[in-house]
Design a protein around this ligand. Structure first.
Ligand code: SER
Length: 388
């Protein structure tokens, strides 16, 4: 099953069960939101989880693109991507957690053919503020799915304050041979689907109050599940990355971790540009700038003649088309090449400045500030220039 088929199977399954499809929003969160990028499917729906009636009703389904910089250091492993898509379902004060979990189980096992013996669930154990989630436990016991209890890993929030709640996560075994151990003890259990019982609001003082309605918010990582269903051990081997794996290795000879990083960051940079962000020294533009600079650092470390001039148009076009973005590929390319030019100049200047006797020994905080404020050299660039 390819990724497009997985999306339609998911959406149709929930449409047949009374959910209306909503159009996912861009990576830019609604005005007034304090985070830089949309980090989950529920993010654009926050007002409706807090009680505002949604024009399409109480049951919703969608595909939402998300960006998580918290996972940046994990890029290169089998399951994380900077920009990814989340398949999501919502019950806005309609049905409860056990029905949501049962539907999730039904779609995975019957709709998508997952072997039920490869599933494991985790359930909220309870603490002094919120009781143990016995309703989810009971559902999993009835379905014969093993359960592990946790506290922190089974509590979901989108920030220090705001809507939150206990969750139950569904894991799929991705190891050789029969499943072993539990999700917190063996990382071959891969989290695929999180069902959040979103019915609390965390206040500034840390206390919890009930939301006006009891919601369910679920999120399933599309690229991750697609790769698992395709029998691949990493997201980078799923069908979405086929063109990347075909076109990049003949141009740039990189080891597997570097190839993964380059694929992830370039794809993410294209999507971020496609959503209207431009490179800058702060905020969203700085995230974009870091993505492009990390790619260039990896490429130039391998071979100084490598560069984005060779980045194939097909990959830009493929990515923009997948995310239904209408920016002309030539504009994306031009912005990437501008950024490359700027970074090259900065590197040259940085090398000259760091060559001065004053900066040859260990650097103090004051040196870092001076290099940043006077010469525009960020700390990570200084560190990598000194290493190189
Ligand atoms: N908000 C939850 C998550 O991002 C479920 O959608 O995992």
């Amino acid at each position: 099953m390819n990724t497009e088929q997985l999306v339609s199977t998911f959406v149709e399954y929930f449409e047949e069960r009374g959910h209306q499809r909503i159009v996912g929003s861009t990576l830019l969160p609604p005005p007034g939101d304090t985070v830089l990028f949309t980090t989950s499917g529920m993010h654009p729906l926050t007002p409706y989880l807090e009680g505002r009636p949604h024009p399409l009703g109480r049951r919703l389904v969608n595909v939402q693109r998300c960006l998580r910089t918290t996972d940046l250091e994990e890029i290169g492993d089998a399951t994380h991507l900077t920009v990814f898509e989340m398949l999501g379902t919502w019950s806005l004060g309609d049905y409860e957690g056990p029905l949501s979990l049962d539907r999730g189980y039904g779609l995975l096992t019957e709709g998508l053919g997952v072997d039920r013996s490869l599933l494991h669930a985790t359930v909220y154990a309870g603490d002094s503020q919120c009781e143990r989630d016995t309703a989810s436990l009971q559902l999993w016991q009835e379905r014969g799915v093993p359960v592990e209890f946790t506290v922190e890993d089974n509590w979901w929030s989108n920030g220090a304050v705001g809507p939150c709640g206990p969750d139950s996560e569904i894991f799929l075994w991705n190891g050789e041979g029969p499943p072993r151990s539990t999700p917190t003890r063996d990382e071959r259990w891969v989290e695929v689907w999180n069902h959040v019982m979103m019915r609390h609001r965390r206040l500034d003082d840390g206390s919890l109050v009930p939301l006006p309605q009891r919601n369910i918010d679920t999120g399933l990582g599309l690229e991750r599940l697609a790769a698992l269903l395709q029998g691949k051990s990493s997201v980078f081997e799923g069908d979405l990355f086929d063109p990347w794996r075909r076109l990049l290795p003949p141009l740039w000879h990189l080891d597997e971790p570097s190839l993964r990083l380059v694929c992830d960051h370039l794809r993410s940079a294209v999507v971020v540009l496609g959503d209207g962000v431009r490179p800058a020294n702060t905020g969203r533009g700085y995230v974009l700038r870091r993505l492009v600079r990390r790619v260039l650092t990896v490429l130039w470390r391998e071979n100084p003649s490598y560069g984005l001039d060779d980045f194939p148009d097909d990959l830009v076009g493929h990515t923009l088309a997948h995310f239904r973005q209408d920016m002309p590929p030539a504009d994306v390319r031009r912005l990437l090449l501008d950024e490359q030019r700027r970074f090259r100049l900065l590197m040259e200047r940085g090398r000259q400045v760091l060559d001065r006797p004053r900066f040859r020994g260990p650097l103090s905080e004051e040196d870092f500030h001076y290099l940043h404020d006077t010469h525009g050299l960020p700390r990570d660039l200084i560190t990598s220039l000194r290493r190189g």
